[in-house]
Unconditional design. Structure first.
Length: 221
């Protein structure tokens, strides 16, 4: 959300408005001559839309990598393609547990080792390519539907982090945005792996096609 403060002044020499970012919970405030105007343009619906776009691209990558390459590791002690895709599908459960199930206002006391041990064990289960793609679809859409139901007030709530962490707290919005950022981090790894197994990533192919079309159009002009 951006907030713009406009001050009174003559039309000829009106002071320039000051704009800064604030949590999405603010609406509109008018005090005397100064006006505080708030605009929310990125809420639960936009959070869900952005996540769906990222997950759609992840699923395309999962589909384009052949099942024989699902056991490929880029380096020792790293996840296989299959494990990374399962990790992507299951990781948002941590955010779901914190924000939807527990509705925690602090992470102090949350048993991260127990939760992550269970999730890591689930990653190791043998799944076919078809099962992994189906898991990415079902878990992604389930999370997106929950995201688009979230209010600005909920997204603006702050959650205290464990002592010593910086910053000491984050909004639910920032923490949930992190689920998309986490997936994009691993998707970048998968795109490099695609190159290693002989696949040109679909995003690269689409960009090349757009550039070729632009060049062809320019040549005809």
């Amino acid at each position: 959300m951006l907030v713009t403060i406009r001050q009174c002044g003559s039309q000829a020499k009106a002071p320039a408005p000051l704009t800064f970012a604030v949590p999405p919970v603010l609406r509109k405030l008018s005090v005397g001559c100064d006006r505080l105007e708030a605009m929310t343009y990125y809420g639960g619906k936009e959070l869900a839309d952005g996540f769906r776009t990222v997950r759609k691209n992840t699923i395309t990558i999962a589909e384009e990598i052949g099942e024989p390459q699902y056991g490929f590791r880029a380096a020792p002690d790293t996840r296989t393609v299959a494990q990374m895709l399962i990790h992507i599908a299951l990781s948002p459960k941590l955010a779901e547990q914190i924000h939807a199930v527990d509705h925690r206002t602090t992470l102090v006391g949350f048993d991260f080792p127990a939760f992550l041990t269970k999730m890591n064990a689930d990653e190791q289960k043998s799944r076919s390519k078809e099962q992994i793609v189906a898991l990415l679809r079902s878990e992604g859409e389930r999370l997106a539907k929950w995201m688009e139901s979230l209010s600005d007030d909920f997204l603006a709530e702050r959650v205290a982090l464990p002592p010593g962490m910086t910053p000491p707290s984050k909004s639910r919005f920032e923490m949930l945005l992190g689920t998309k950022e986490h997936e994009m981090h691993h998707r970048a790894q998968l795109m490099l792996i695609e190159r290693m197994v002989g696949v040109v990533p679909h995003i690269t192919r689409e960009m090349q096609a757009r550039m070729a079309a632009m060049q062809a159009s320019k040549a005809k002009a």
